[in-house]
Design a protein around this ligand. Structure first.
Ligand code: ADP
Ligand code: MG
Length: 247
């Protein structure tokens, strides 16, 4: 007898959940926060408590046998004591267009995306000293992740939320990407990505030539090999920032 064919996962390209829609009889959609390759992110309210949270819904064809949600949730849990990482709560399942859809519930972080934060600054860039403080907050936060042998995997200014900004930056990271078991190469990739974020915060190519030598020493013209010669992990970068001298 021929084997029964496995049930095909129906492709869903957009959930487009309307505000007010109730999910799993527990949460109400407030609004959509983002959409990407993997799925969509919503701000939701837990009905029983009124607490706002974030739900990340994964397109079924991008999450076969719940592989991606499993990796994502496990990694967030492993990193739960790193203050820079959003706090994961739990997993749930809803039905959309007749398909079971897995969602991950996390804390909701109020703040601006770093990309917007930079755009709102005068001249759409941060002055060098402020950018160094930003990089220091990012490197210190990432050091916790690297110290646990883990990596972020998709570090850029739309995955960094500026939760607070005063004497120092309070940052939160979302959207960790699974590129396989952690390796030294993944940690190096994060380190190079941090330098790219720093470069973007300083106004990018347009302002690079006029940056002070202390800044150029860190950015290295964005040359990967030169960056990695100086900084192989977030910890090394943080140490440099704490001991560097300004002329
Ligand atoms: N926990 C969170 N708190 C607040 N906003 C969030 C949270 N998670 C995601 N977002 C917002 O939703 C956007 C998309 O989420 P993200 O996890 O980056 O998914 P993707 O980039 O794959 O669409 C983010 O850029 C951010 O603006
Ligand atoms: Mg993202």
């Amino acid at each position: 007898m021929p084997a029964k064919p496995a049930k095909k996962t129906r492709k869903i390209d957009a959930f487009n959940l309307a505000p007010g829609r109730v999910l799993a009889r527990k949460y109400e959609v407030i609004r959509q926060l983002g959409a990407g390759w993997e799925g969509e992110v919503y701000l939701i309210r837990e009905l029983a408590t009124g607490i706002e949270r974030t739900a990340k819904l994964f397109f079924p064809q991008r999450n076969l046998r719940d592989k991606n949600t499993h990796f994502y949730a496990t990694k967030l849990h492993k990193l739960r004591h790193c203050p820079i990482v959003i706090q994961y709560s739990h997993q749930d399942t809803i039905t959309v267009q007749g398909e079971p859809v897995t969602l991950l519930i996390s804390e909701y972080v109020e703040g601006d995306l770093l990309s917007q934060f930079i755009q709102r600054h005068p001249g759409k860039r941060l002055p060098p000293f402020e950018a160094v403080h930003l990089l220091h907050a990012l490197a210190s936060g990432m050091e916790c992740i690297h110290a646990l042998g883990e990596y972020h995997g998709d570090l850029h200014s739309d995955n960094i939320i500026v939760e607070g900004f005063g004497l120092r930056f309070d940052l939160k990271l979302v959207d960790l990407f699974h590129l396989g078991a952690p390796t030294r190469e993944h940690i190096r990739m994060d380190t190079v990505d941090m330098i790219h974020v720093f470069y973007e915060a300083l106004g990018g190519q347009k302002h690079y030539a006029r940056q002070p030598p202390e800044i150029k020493y860190i950015i290295n013209g964005l040359k990967r090999s030169l960056i990695l010669k100086k900084f192989k992990s977030a910890g090394q970068l943080r140490q440099h920032l704490e001991t560097m001298r300004w002329s």
